[in-house]
Design a protein around this ligand. Sequence first.
Ligand SMILES: Cc1cc2nc3c(=O)[nH]c(=O)nc-3n(C[C@H](O)[C@H](O)[C@H](O)COP(=O)(O)OP(=O)(O)OC[C@H]3O[C@@H](n4cnc5c(N)ncnc54)[C@H](O)[C@@H]3O)c2cc1C
Length: 315
Amino acid sequence: MNNLREIAQKFKTIRDIIVTENEEMSRHFSFKVGGVTPLLVEPETTESFLECLNLAESEKVPYFILGGGTNIVFSDSGFDGAVISTGRLNKVEIVASEGENVTVRALCGAQMNAIVNFCTKNGLSGLEEFCGLPGTCGGAAYMNARCFNREISDVAENIEYADLCGANSTYTQKILNPDKTLWSYKKSPFTDTKRVVYAVEFKLTREDGSKASQIAEKAASFMKERVDKGHFKFPCAGSVFKNNHDFGAPTGQIIDGLGLKGTAVGGAQVAPFHGNIIINTGAASASDIKALVELVKKEVREKKGFELEEEIIFK
Ligand SMILES: Cc1cc2nc3c(=O)[nH]c(=O)nc-3n(C[C@H](O)[C@H](O)[C@H](O)COP(=O)(O)OP(=O)(O)OC[C@H]3O[C@@H](n4cnc5c(N)ncnc54)[C@H](O)[C@@H]3O)c2cc1C
């Protein structure tokens, strides 16, 4: 790997890109933890996004893609490489309309909530369950985010992505027509691969009259449920652990049943109001969160015999 200062200069030669050196990263994550990254790059067009990825590859710079940062615990010691943020790639538009069938295309950095609002304003139904889901559509596609029994694979028509799997030495544009067999619970064809999502097309239905006004009501009811569950009370990353049918109960209930709600390590605490959420009570570090995750896993392993699997991602 070349010197990161030199690499920063190379990133700066790409058009339509913002390069920030030595960025304090905690404000970029919903958990509000994490150290400094030497290089934060924010492409503003899909072309500059592809150029960034190809530059990082050719210069052998370690990098990762940052969406909304709502499912990540970013290390206290930062990331020794480039963080490529999609936040400025946020255009949302209608790209096809035939009768009641409408396709909305969102660039990967568009917030899911902004996409739901766009649909509501345009009388389009289909995404209401995702109202209030923090983060971007690129991150949601990567995670196959699931809200109120609806997953991204249920609502995406096409995913445009750049691929470095197989023999390609550069990222090129491709389109995936979601094949349900490639998706599963909290797993997509992008998870743990070198495929990068740059746009998602959603299939929606145009509603008229009273049905159109019900879209906003339905979306608001899902948002209310999140608010009532305490999702936005403290910095967090939503559910910490995946659910598993074999456990016979939701993971939150299992953790609750062991009396672990309220357990704390430093500033990280198992939410007093939800067993499967860890909150930052003010001064948590990433290592506090990691230690608390390990503590909960150990308790569940020893007392119930189940091995919990993290949904949150440690970087
Ligand atoms: C209060 C709260 C409630 C939540 N509720 C839910 C919920 O109901 N259901 C649910 O599923 N999740 C939930 N989450 C978790 C989180 O919001 C989702 O997983 C979300 O989809 C992550 O999107 P993001 O843009 O923030 O991704 P990030 O956290 O930025 O990234 C997550 C992963 O996706 C990768 N990634 C991001 N963008 C791209 C891209 N364009 N191409 C390839 N890889 C990419 C990242 O590298 C990383 O590996 C919740 C989180 C919070 C804070």
